[in-house]
Design a protein around this ligand. Structure first.
Ligand code: SF4
Length: 60
């Protein structure tokens, strides 16, 4: 598995950026429930569905 980027590097925040948030990003791996923290394919650590970072990529 490729190394993931640090949250700091990607300027991860635990709030959305407008309508952009982890729960509608193609890189998000959901947790057990829609509200639970999940993971990200490119950013390390626990990721909030309400979070956001500079690698945000919208679902098409
Ligand atoms: Fe969230 Fe960024 Fe990962 Fe997308 S790439 S799920 S915005 S942390």
């Amino acid at each position: 598995e490729a190394a993931k980027a640090a949250k700091e590097l990607m300027k991860y925040q635990d709030k959305p950026n407008g309508n952009e948030k982890c729960s509608n990003c193609i890189q998000f791996i959901p947790g057990k429930t829609p509200e639970a923290d999940g993971e990200c394919k490119v950013v390390e650590g626990s990721i909030s569905p309400q979070g956001w970072c500079t690698a945000y990529s919208p679902e098409s």
